[in-house]
Write a protein that binds this ligand. Structure first.
Ligand code: ADP
Length: 475
């Protein structure tokens, strides 16, 4: 764990094991922290806040730029570590390292654009000055699916704003988190500004983060159930909260779309990170007239997606994170098939020498999916593409919006009017229009409804770490 600028063991001395999800190989042991460790981290962040928040934006920007440079310099080794610990194909790991690094550069730039406003008053002898200041100590909890970029997306803006931080990474990917913290240390981040506690049981850490009065903000990325719980406790203690949670993304192929292009997009998007992404499409709504072209292209594409160890050439899908994830995917697919869906490709876990020590599920295409099946309502977080054929184009937005989630949605059409109506009518925070990758450091990422509160990335992302102070000046 990283506390007050030092790598330390847990106070209780215990550790937990980290394994490779493709091979079961034991990768190492990391400290198993508890509430006392979380408090020690908060002590350090609290003590560092006064000095850090008084640095100039130029100094903070320089540190973030050095971290960005180091992350790029180490891209090769970071990607290899990510594939070893998280499982995604090496090419996808390299992409994530670049994406993650970009948040550091973006927020190095934003640090110098934290400005205020000089405002008029109705009184001739009065002026108002509104400024924005860092909120204080930030507690962050991050997931395993994007084990580096989900850290930099929080650490970049928090540090740029002048906040200090305590962070708990996911128990499946602490080594990726350690590598990110090494970068911040090597970039010259002062002691106490960023602190990391690792733990096998996240609950005591979450409890300390959300109840300690010195923590002024919680930022969380993970499941909706855990996010609601932590946000509830944090809000009860009047901490600021931003949470980025689950999704159930619709992907609409309109009658005026090119079905082959849409199918190629869907196949590329669905199997990213083995479907373990909150913006992964979970319902592919295909207009009846395009069913044949769309499905036949998908069959061809999905059949070509190879699952296996992410270090092997040509692998498109790595392992799932653990056995529980495989069981959940299998349960949803079996339920759908039991209710009349058909697995045109895949449909079972993978077995054999290449797969038995890891957690692999076959890239799967399900046809004939409809409401009433678990997969139609529940987030899958696995490599399964469920196709739903629709007849009435006037109802498809209602079908797409009929979910408690509201993170990402995708639309394929060649008609501008259809595109604008869909963009405006979908109740989701992120809409891809003929586009399968609507994310970047420059773009606000976040959801509506059960998908969360707040936005990360873009100039909006830094406001989550700032609060406004008003000065009234009588002259
Ligand atoms: P997933 O099901 O995708 O693993 P989780 O929401 O369980 O999603 O995990 C996301 C992050 O939340 C991880 O870092 C995990 O350790 C953490 N987490 C899970 N439960 C709690 C909790 N009760 N308190 C604090 N953190 C938690």
């Amino acid at each position: 764990m990283f506390i007050n600028g030092e790598w330390v063991e847990a106070i209780g001395g215990s550790t937990f094991a980290v394994t490779n999800p493709a091979t079961g190989e034991h990768l190492g042991d990391v400290p198993d922290g508890g509430a006392d460790d979380a408090r020690a981290a908060i002590d350090a962040a609290h003590a560092a806040f006064g000095t850090w928040s008084s640095t100039t934006a130029y100094e903070r920007a320089d540190i973030l730029l050095r971290a960005w440079q180091l992350m790029n310099d180490r891209a090769g080794e970071l990607a290899e570590l990510m594939t070893t610990e998280q499982g995604k194909p090496l090419r996808a790991s390299r992409f994530e390292v670049g994406y993650g690094a970009d948040f550091l550069r973006w927020y190095a730039e934003e640090a110098r654009r934290i400005t205020g406003e000089w405002l008029p008053s109705g009184r001739a002898d009065q002026r108002f000055l509104a400024i924005r200041q860092p909120v204080g100590v930030v507690a962050a909890v991050t997931p395993w699916n994007y084990p580096m970029s989900m850290l930099t997306r929080k650490m970049g803006p928090a540090l740029a704003a002048g906040c200090t931080m305590v962070l708990k990474p996911a128990e499946a990917t602490p080594l990726c988190a350690k590598a990110v913290f090494d970068i911040f240390a090597d970039a010259g981040t002062p002691a106490g500004v960023v602190n990391m506690v690792t733990a096998l049981d996240p609950k005591p850490i979450g409890e300390a983060f959300t109840t300690d009065p010195r923590v002024r903000k919680l930022t969380f990325t993970g499941s909706t159930a855990v996010g609601k719980h932590l946000a509830g406790v944090a809000a009860g203690n009047l901490k600021r909260v931003s949470v980025e949670l689950g999704g159930h993304a619709p992907f609409i192929v309109y009658p005026d779309a090119d079905p082959v292009r849409a199918a190629k997009g869907a196949a590329a998007l669905k199997f990213l990170n083995a479907g373990q992404a909150c913006i992964s499409p979970n319902r592919l709504y295909v207009s009846a007239e395009h069913e044949d072209a769309f499905v036949s292209t998908m069959v061809e594409r999905v059949s070509r997606v190879r699952a296996g160890n992410g270090f092997e050439e040509g692998i498109g899908v790595g392992p799932l994170v653990n056995e529980a994830a495989v069981a959940k995917v299998a349960d949803q697919v079996d339920d759908a098939v039991g209710h009349g869906a058909e697995a045109l490709v895949g449909g079972s876990r993978l077995s054999g020498e290449a797969f038995d020590r890891g957690h692999f599920y076959a890239p799967t295409l399900l046809a004939g999916v409809r409401d009433g099946m678990k997969i139609y309502r529940e987030e899958t977080f696995g490599p399964v593409a469920p196709v739903i054929v629709y007849d009435d184009v006037d109802q498809v937005l209602d079908l797409a919006n009929d979910t408690n989630y509201g993170l990402a949605a995708y639309v394929y059409t060649q008609n501008l009017s259809t595109a604008v109506k869909a963009f405006e009518g979908l109740r989701f925070g992120i809409i891809g229009v003929n586009d399968v990758n609507p994310t970047a450091a420059s773009a606000p990422f976040g959801g509506m409804g059960d998908s969360g509160l707040g936005r990360e990335g873009s100039h909006e992302g830094i406001s989550e770490y700032l609060e406004t102070k008003l000065g009234g000046f009588a002259i």
